[in-house]
Design a protein around this ligand. Structure first.
Ligand SMILES: Nc1ncnc2c1ncn2[C@@H]1O[C@H](COP(=O)(O)OP(=O)(O)OP(=O)(O)O)[C@@H](O)[C@H]1O
Ligand SMILES: [Mg+2]
Length: 254
């Protein structure tokens, strides 16, 4: 199992944001997390990526403990060196691309592999070129981020995450800053990755993606998983009133 999150609890001061979240991701899964604004979706991804610390619960990556909480005790994280190894198995793509603005596309892609993984530069470049082909941007290898559309920047960000060979690629609303046409380009790339067997955990408001590409859909509300299952379970069969209301609103927006 690539990811096992158990009973994750996270609050910011008095505000309980994740109340008891458990989720498993197996190799090859495409898991979509949907839910209203403020329900804790980003916070959950950030906890998995060690960008936020949890108050309680367990996280295993590749069956290795990243953090474990004994009953009645504080969570204990793995030592620094192991954390680094475990974190390198997760890739993260954010809503706001976060490319290095003063580096061109190729430089953005080879930065982490050469510096973090000490990959020889020639190898990093040839890998970057492969990845650019995969996200359909081979012609933009020398462009700077400001010369690219939002959708192109996001595809570079996806290629950059892939350059580190993650076991699990996490996305936090990767298309919500994009207009419909650019959204389509990015979703197509993500769909191709899924078809190639990439394991993905995707927070999204694109119900079409959740319905057609994901094999498991998780609906979060108020820091809890209220409903989860196959797309059919969640979109068709569930009678949960909160979920139905959320899906009704999502439909109106479309
Ligand atoms: N660093 C922080 N400090 C304090 N409160 C925070 C912090 N980050 C998030 N929150 C609060 O936690 C709650 C959940 O936020 P989160 O960003 O996880 O929601 P979300 O489901 O991703 O929403 P959206 O769909 O709008 O992105 C919100 O009430 C938010 O204000
Ligand atoms: Mg969010």
């Amino acid at each position: 199992m690539i990811l096992r999150a158990e009973n994750i609890v996270k609050s910011f001061g008095e505000l309980g944001v994740l109340k008891d979240i458990s989720l498993n991701v197996n190799k090859g899964d495409v898991v979509a997390i949907i839910g209203a604004s403020g329900s804790g979706k980003s916070t959950f991804l950030r906890c998995l990526n060690y960008l936020e610390l949890i108050q309680s619960g367990n996280i295993f990556i590749d069956d290795e403990p990243m953090v474990v909480t004994k009953p009645g005790k504080k969570p204990v994280y793995a030592p620094e060196k192991e954390l680094k190894t475990l974190r390198s198995k997760l890739g993260m793509v954010f809503q706001s691309f976060n490319l290095f603005p003063h580096k061109n596309v190729l430089e953005n892609l080879i930065e982490a592999p050469t510096i973090v993984k000490k990959m020889p530069k020639a190898e990093a470049i040839s890998k970057a070129e492969e990845l650019l082909a995969r996200v359909e941007l081979s012609d933009k290898r020398n462009a700077y981020p400001y010369e690219l559309s939002g959708g192109q920047q996001q595809r570079v960000a996806i290629a950059r995450a892939l350059a580190m060979d993650p076991e699990l690629l996490c996305f936090d609303e990767p298309t919500s800053a994009l207009d419909p046409q650019l959204t389509g380009e990015v979703l197509r790339v993500m769909q191709n990755l899924a078809a190639d067997g990439m394991t993905m955990l995707v927070v999204t408001h694109e119900m079409g993606f959740a319905r057609n590409v994901a094999n498991h859909v998780v609906y979060m509300s108020d820091g809890l998983i209220v409903e989860e299952g196959t797309p059919e379970d969640v979109f068709v069969n569930s009678g949960n009133p909160k979920l139905r209301a959320f899906l009704g609103m999502a439909e109106e927006k479309e």
